[in-house]
Design a protein around this ligand. Structure first.
Ligand code: KG4
Ligand code: ZN
Length: 336
C-alpha cells in the first residue's frame, strides 16, 4: 500500500509517502521555525496561514518526486488532533479534498500514535512495550500491548518535558525552540556545577512535574554575571538536561518494571535528545530490555509517522468519513 501522510498540527508543514511493500517512507518538511522565532514561540494564526500557503505545493512536489498521481495512492492519513485547531483544519481539509477527488480511503490519526509509531519506521516493534512520549506538548507513559491498543500509565502534572527545555533555554538567551540548543551545549557542560531539583522523585505515582525547574533555572541564571559567558550557559544547560533526563529515565523504567514489558521506546521531539537516548540505552541494557531509539528525523513532527500509523488503520479496514473532525486536546485511546 502507498499511503500519503499529512501533518499540520503545529508549526511544521509535512507530507510523506509510506510504501508498505518497501517498508520505506519519503518525508518532506517545510519548517516554520524562522517565522515564529522572532516571537519566541508558535503564533497559531501565522502557523495556519503558512500551512495554507505551503501544504498543496509540498504534496505536489512529493508526488512528482515519486512519479505518482493521486489515483496511484491507496489512502490518505492525516493528523486529526491534538494540536492547534486552525493548523489542523488546513491539513484535514486538504486530506479530505484529495481523498474525495481521487476516491481514496481517508483516516484520521492521533498525533501521539504517530509519534509512537515513528519507532516502527526504523525497526520492527518488540511488544509489549512502554513508550515515553516526550514532546513540546506531551509527557506521557503509554503501555502498548499491540499496535492500536494503548493504556495511559501516567504523565506530567504541569509542563511537558519539551516545554521545560524550551523555557529553560529562553532564560539562557537561546533561540526557540531551545531543546536542540540545550542538547548541543550540555555536551560541553560540567555536570557537577548546577545540580537542579528532581521534583516528585520520591512520589510512587508515575507522574512528572517540570514547572518548578524553570524557577530553579531562573534563580541560577540571575545569579550569573552578565552578559552570560559561554561556559556558564553550557554548564547550566547540562544541569537542566541532566535533571530532566534523570526523572524521565527513572519513571520510564519504573513503568516497565510494573508492567513487565519486553521493550521500552522513546517518542516525540525530546526523544532526539542525546543525553536521554544514551541514558535509556544504558539502563535498558542493564535491565535486559529491548530498546532502539527512533531515527532522529522522525522524533520531531513529521508526516512519515502519520502515514505509517495510517497504514495500520487502513490495512485493517478502519477508515473515516468525509465528516472527520479535528480536536485540540484528547488522550490517545485504543482503536483495536
Ligand atoms: O514532537 P515535537 O516536534 O512537537 C510537538 O508535538 O510538541 O516536539 C518539539 C519539542 C520542542 O519542545 C523541542 O525543543 C524539543 O521537542 N526537542 C528537543 C530536542 N529536539 C527537539 N528537546 C531536547 N533535545 C533535543 N535534541
Ligand atoms: Zn509532536
Amino acid at each position: 500500500m502507498k499511503i500519503l501522510g499529512i501533518e499540520t498540527s503545529c508549526d511544521d508543514t509535512s507530507v510523506a509517502l509510506f510504501d508498505s511493500e518497501r517498508a520505506a517512507a519519503e518525508n518532506l518538511i517545510s519548517s516554520q521555525v524562522d517565522l515564529h522565532e522572532q516571537f519566541g514561540g508558535v503564533v497559531p494564526e501565522l502557523a495556519s496561514r503558512a500551512h495554507l500557503v505551503n501544504l498543496l505545493p509540498l504534496v505536489d512536489h512529493l508526488l512528482r518526486r515519486q512519479g505518482l498521481a493521486p489515483a496511484d495512492l491507496d489512502g490518505v492519513a492525516v493528523t486529526s488532533g491534538p494540536g492547534l485547531i486552525g493548523a489542523l483544519l488546513v491539513g484535514l481539509s486538504t486530506a479530505k479534498a484529495l481523498a474525495r477527488a481521487a476516491d481514496l480511503p481517508l483516516v484520521g490519526v492521533h498525533h501521539l500514535e504517530g509519534h509512537i509509531l515513528a519507532n516502527a519506521l526504523s525497526a520492527e516493534l518488540v511488544l509489549p512495550a512502554v513508550v515515553l512520549v516526550v514532546s513540546g506538548g506531551h509527557t506521557e507513559l503509554i503501555l502498548m500491548r499491540e499496535v492500536g491498543r494503548y493504556e495511559r500509565l501516567g504523565g506530567t502534572l504541569d509542563d511537558a518535558a519539551g516545554e521545560a527545555f524550551d523555557k529553560s533555554a529562553k532564560l539562557l538567551g537561546l533561540p526557540y525552540p531551545g531543546g536542540p540548543h540545550i542538547d548541543r551545549l550540555a555536551a560541553s557542560g560540567d555536570p557537577a556545577r548546577f545540580v537542579l531539583p528532581r521534583p516528585l522523585a520520591r512520589d510512587p505515582r508515575l507522574v512528572f512535574s517540570f514547572s518548578g525547574l524553570k524557577t530553579a533555572v531562573k534563580i541560577e541564571a540571575e545569579a550569573l554575571p552578565r552578559p552570560l559567558r559561554d561556559q556558564d550557559v553550557c554548564d547550566l544547560s547540562r544541569g537542566v538536561q541532566d535533571a530532566i533526563v534523570d526523572i524521565l529515565v527513572q519513571r520510564l523504567f519504573q513503568a516497565a518494571r510494573r508492567t513487565r514489558v519486553r521493550a521500552v521506546y522513546l517518542a516525540g521531539g525530546v526523544a532526539a535528545n542525546g543525553g536521554l537516548r544514551a541514558a535509556v540505552a544504558a539502563e535498558a541494557d542493564r535491565r535486559g530490555l529491548h530498546f532502539i531509539p527512533p531515527a532522529r528525523v522522525y522524533c520531531t513532527d513529521n508526516a512519515a509517522m502519520i502515514a505509517r500509523a495510517g497504514w495500520e488503520h487502513l490495512r485493517l479496514g478502519r477508515r473515516d468519513g468525509l465528516g472527520l473532525d479535528s480536536f485540540a486536546r484528547g488522550d490517545l485511546t485504543s482503536w483495536r
